[in-house]
Ligand binder design. Structure first.
Ligand code: A3P
Length: 287
């Protein structure tokens, strides 16, 4: 029988971090004091972070797409990757990416938080290809989906347990400074969600998209096909034999990866962990 393989991580306090991440920056990131003009893009990994980073960047740049030759993570930085000093030196209206749970995310009642949730089945598949593809971060090039599934369902992956993240944030779904969206609704109705984001960010942004050319440009440049081009804008290079970072962008891709028993186990975990919360009815979960 083939031996199972696990991704490698930096074990830092209770966290698993990708190799190459700085535990010091992670700790500094947690100490960041959220400011009234900050907007956080909050996700569990692989739930639509980059897509949302690009939407907010375009909203704040008159509908211009993020330029080739630059990296969006320097302008909409990942808090726990770069640490708090990097973020403090950005312009005063800041967009900040984080994968932190609710309890750890820097809080200010005047800051804004855009949370994107994605069903755990597609998230697990996307996270598998991510982990396999970034060899320098995880050393998991030979890992199979079955190997990764065990880590995912046990919460033994970077940024921890999917359900801790979702359940912690869903309790704040209706807070006035939280906009809670799902990846699936962004796929089904991209325009409506871009408008919702602009509205949530405030009049300055809403006025921008009242210009049909700006709205059209955002719709076009943030769709899957456009974002699949010039991917060095979103992440570091991956080996040519691995799937690209912007990979498939589908709802339901999990059906081509999960066995019946994996489906049942994750469904069961979903039911146990979300019962009585607003996460319970976010998606149709298989039996
Ligand atoms: P898949 O691996 O299922 O294709 P994150 O940015 O949080 O790491 O999420 C990455 C996932 O979002 C990947 O999912 C990626 O393809 C998908 N994605 C990124 N941009 C997208 C877009 N414009 N439309 C749909 N999906 C997108």
């Amino acid at each position: 029988m083939k031996q199972s393989i696990k991704p490698s991580y930096i074990l830092h306090k209770n966290f698993r971090l990708p190799m190459g991440f700085s535990p010091e920056n992670f700790d500094y990131g947690l100490t960041y004091q959220a400011q009234a003009r900050d907007t956080f893009i909050v996700t569990y990994p692989k739930c639509g972070t980059t897509w949302t980073q690009h939407i907010v960047w375009m909203l704040s740049h008159d509908g211009k797409p993020f330029p080739v030759g630059k990296n969006i993570n320097l302008e909409v930085p990942h808090l726990e990757e770069v640490g708090s000093d990097f973020v403090k030196y950005l312009s005063e209206t800041r967009f900040i990416k984080t994968h932190l749970t609710y309890d750890l995310t820097p809080y200010n009642p005047d800051s804004k938080y855009i949370y994107i949730a994605r069903n755990p089945f597609d998230c697990a598949v996307s996270f598998y290809y991510h982990t396999k593809g970034f060899i320098k971060h995880y050393d998991f090039a030979e890992g199979t989906f079955d190997d990764f599934f065990e880590c995912f369902i046990n919460g033994e992956v970077d940024w921890g347990d999917y359900f801790d993240h979702l359940v912690g944030w869903v309790q704040h779904k209706n807070d006035k400074n939280v906009l809670f969206l799902t990846y699936e609704s962004m796929k089904n109705n991209q325009k409506e969600n871009i408008i919702a984001i602009a509205k949530f960010l405030g009049d300055r942004y809403l006025e921008k998209i009242e210009n049909p050319q700006i709205l059209e440009s955002i719709l076009y440049h943030t769709n899957f096909t456009s974002m699949s081009k010039n991917q060095s804008r979103w992440s570091s290079q991956r080996p040519a034999n691995m799937t690209p970072f912007i990979r498939k962008g589908k709802v339901g891709d999990w059906k081509a990866h999960f066995s019946l028993s994996q489906t049942q186990r994750l469904s069961e975990k979903f039911r146990i962990r979300t019962v009585g919360t607003e996460a319970e009815n976010l998606w149709e979960i298989p039996e």
